[in-house]
Ligand binder design. Structure first.
Ligand SMILES: [Cu+2]
Length: 376
């Protein structure tokens, strides 16, 4: 599919959309699951799923098979946390305590690993702490780290890739006073984007069919939505982006050439914002991006292009036959509204996070996201 494929949405308010590739799949019983082998016509975009936000304080989390909506009346079997795909977004602040009880409704063992979180060993969901089918496990830990987008997913031995790929993943947002003082976009102006690839069987159900180099899917999902869209206002937006793929690197850019304003990564807020385009995102990595629609006339269409680069973790390289020009997201500025709050004084450009003695900026949480402090 060409990056230049015209995308007109004359009757639609606008959005973030995912252009999904080409092949058509049919569900059992004749229910159409995926689109025909052409760009979907105008008006068929699916509203971007935004997972519900929950507190991790005394929360019951189930992992079990479920049937989940992909948008547009299409459904897939999946493995899901609390029947949601992705799972609910945990939101907590530094100083809170997480108490999450997992109930394993799968037919195999699982754990919950808190990727990027600083947790005690017993709460980290290590493979040796496997929770048997039908079993429960209480993950309890104080939140002792900076504001950051983290995520949670299974980590059982030899089954992690499949369980994550089939749907078990969700976001975990940590807030702190440092972040609160910046006046960043919030509420509807702070949007999680969990981007991943996917493959489907002939019935339209998610399948995990990895090669020796990892799993590479033909389709893109954003927050579990195929061909997603999101209305945006003439405002500053904060996109919390996670690459939830197994082996695919995403390369993101705005089609009008405007840069992203990168304000954070796996380690939380950066010391200063950085204007960058394109930007690459490897599996499990996170980006904290500001996109400014305030200077664009209403009706301006800005696509978020993607260049999907399959890669082997630790050894990024392109694979033969890979799709390297697949459009993923499109942003269409449609609604004239004032920004929710004044332009953050210290952003665009300028310092983001305070540099304080002893407050080193951790860049990356480690490849596997384990950051348990010594003796913890
Ligand atoms: Cu992880």
């Amino acid at each position: 599919m060409s990056n230049d494929t015209p995308v007109g949405f004359p009757t639609r308010r606008d959005f973030v959309r995912t252009a999904i590739a080409s092949a058509g799949l049919l569900a059992a019983g004749g229910v159409r699951v995926l689109g025909a082998p052409r760009p979907p016509p105008p008006g068929t975009r699916n509203p971007l799923n935004i997972p519900p936000i929950v507190s991790p304080s005394n929360f019951d989390l189930s992992a079990a098979p479920a049937t989940v909506p992909l948008g547009g009346g299409k459904y897939s079997s999946a493995l899901a946390y609390n029947t949601l795909f992705p799972g609910p977004t945990f939101l907590a602040s530094t100083g809170n305590t997480a108490s999450v009880t997992l109930t394993n409704g799968l037919s195999e063992g699982t754990t919950v690993h808190w990727h990027g979180m600083v947790v005690p060993r017993a709460a980290d969901g290590h493979p040796q702490d496997l929770v048997a089918p039908g079993g429960n496990y209480l993950y309890q830990f104080p939140i002792i780290q900076r504001a950051c987008l983290n995520w949670y997913h299974p980590h059982p031995h030899m089954m992690t890739g499949e369980q994550v790929n089939l749907g078990l993943a969700g976001a975990f947002i940590v807030r702190d006073t440092e972040e609160a003082g910046l006046g960043l976009p919030s509420g509807a102006y702070e949007v999680p984007l969990i981007i991943r690839d996917a493959n489907f069987d002939k019935s339209g159900n998610l399948i995990y069919n990895p090669k020796t180099t990892g799993f590479v899917g033909q389709y893109s999902l954003v927050n579990g939505t195929l061909d997603a869209k999101l209305d945006v206002d003439t405002a500053l937006y904060r996109f919390r982006v996670l690459n939830g793929s197994n082996a695919r690197i995403f390369r993101l850019a705005l089609s009008n050439g405007a840069p992203f304003h990168l304000i954070g990564n796996d380690g939380g807020l950066l010391a200063s914002s950085v204007s960058v385009s394109p930007i690459e995102l490897s599996p499990a990595e996170r980006l904290d991006l500001l996109v400014d629609f305030r200077g664009l006339p209403v009706g301006t269409k800005v696509r978020d292009e993607q260049d999907q680069r399959p890669a082997v973790r630790h050894q990024p390289h392109r694979l033969p036959g890979s799709d390297t020009s697949n459009r993923t997201l499109a942003l269409h500025n449609q609604r004239e509204r004032p920004a929710p709050r004044p332009r953050p004084r210290r952003l665009l450009p300028g310092p983001v996070a305070e540099r304080r003695p002893g407050n080193r900026l951790p860049v990356g949480a480690g490849v596997e996201g384990h950051r348990s402090p010594p003796g913890f």
